[in-house]
Design a binder for this molecule. Structure first.
Ligand code: V47
Ligand code: SF4
Length: 359
């Protein structure tokens, strides 16, 4: 074992934080198994052998977006072929189908539509709660919430208050991408800054809602940009405690405007998940989002510090439009089998990590 890993082992055992320089050194190390073993230890100390999943359904209410990020194959210009916006009745139907198939959560995000009024977003939440009030609605990233405040000419605090009244229960982790501005300038120049993403998230936590955090990796960023991203998330979590889960999203390059990107390899994916677990000591959960990772890497990730496999998803567009070769949906039984065959204990959870059933 290298001197670095020996030192980090004693840090993990004594619950001492690892530094940015140490995280950087881990990214530069080729000792994948050593890093994974340490991350598995850190995870076991927090979560034992449990691996969480949920029964959920994704709804992407529109793909029309004014931002047109270079890495996004999902969005369309207003009026472009293939652009769509779901009607409220479609949202209701999807919510009913989801709940009747055992879902406890709707995960709903979309593009920044140039014309929809703020009331539309409130009506979508109300429509879901009208037909299936028991569903938890995890919806709208910090990017969308910032946009709503512009559209409605209201403060973030007021927007979140109105969304909560209409049925919003928590916020997903999208839109963080890579927080460092020099990367954003090339990746998503129209999107809110990394600082603004953190600021909106802090306000959402202040309003009593939990959220997740993501990191889109494997495009044009350097390891140091990933470390900077993790540092900023750890600092915000120290202040608010509002994050539940960290989700590294493996970049899918097809149909995007990122030149020369070939996609994330298995080694980089596992290393990134493991280092996230080691560095983010104040996050309880690290999720392997199987849609972007593929099922095999997501399963192996369970030996690299991961304790969550996301959910059944049902219908996924963002990753699949960019060439993800994972299935559209998984059944509960498939997820349970993936976890069992990794020698771990499958636990169905709700969005807030209340345990529903152990299998
Ligand atoms: O913000 C866009 C990413 C995100 C691509 O909070 C891409 O539980 C890979 O945030 N390749 C949306 N990723 C998805 C997301 C998410 C997913 C699952 C669970 C949760 C959660 C959140 O997808 C976007 C962006 O970062 N994305 N294009 C792409 N080509
Ligand atoms: Fe729009 Fe989101 Fe796609 Fe960027 S990632 S273009 S904000 S839908």
């Amino acid at each position: 074992m290298s001197d670095l890993l020996k030192k980090l082992r004693s840090k993990i055992e004594s619950e001492t934080r690892i530094s940015e320089d140490e995280a950087q050194a881990l990214f530069e190390s080729n000792d994948l198994l050593g890093i994974g073993e340490l991350a598995a230890l850190a995870n076991r100390n927090k979560n034992d052998d449990k691996v969480f999943f949920n029964v959920n359904r994704h709804i992407n209410y529109t793909n029309v977006c004014v931002n047109r990020c270079a890495f996004c194959a999902f969005s369309k210009e207003d009026g472009e072929k293939g652009g769509y916006t779901l009607a409220l009745k479609d949202i209701r139907t999807r919510a009913m189908e989801a709940a009747d198939a055992g879902a406890t959560e709707i995960h709903m995000v979309g593009g920044l539509h140039p014309d929809l009024p703020f009331e539309f977003y409130l009506e979508m939440l109300e429509a879901i709660k009208q037909v299936r009030p028991q569903l938890h609605i995890k919806a709208f990233t910090a990017v969308e919430i910032d946009y709503f405040s512009e559209v409605a000419e209201l403060s973030i605090e007021r927007v979140v208050e109105l969304l909560k009244q209409a049925g919003l229960d928590s916020m997903p982790g999208g839109g963080a991408e890579i927080l460092r501005q020099k990367v954003r300038d090339r990746l998503c120049s129209e999107k809110i800054s990394g600082d603004r993403w953190l600021e909106v998230t802090e306000l959402v936590h202040g309003a009593g809602l939990r959220s997740n955090a993501t990191m889109l990796f494997g495009h044009i960023e350097q390891y140091s940009d990933r470390v900077d991203h993790l540092r900023r998330l750890r600092e915000l979590q120290d202040r608010t405690g509002g994050f539940q889960t960290f989700i590294p999203l493996a970049f899918q390059p097809e149909n995007t405007r990122i030149q020369g990107a070939t996609g994330v390899g298995g080694v980089d994916a596992l290393k990134t998940l493991a280092i996230s677990r080691l560095y983010l000591d104040n996050f309880q959960h690290v999720k392997a989002y199987w849609v972007m990772l593929g099922l095999k890497i997501a399963q192996v990730a369970l030996a690299f510090g991961v304790n969550d496999l996301d959910g059944t998803v049902v219908e996924e567009q963002i990753g699949h439009d960019a060439g993800a070769d994972s299935p559209q949906a998984l059944s509960k039984q498939q997820i349970i089998e993936m976890i069992r065959k990794a020698g771990r204990i499958p636990v169905e959870r709700d969005t807030l990590y209340n345990e529903i059933r152990t299998y």
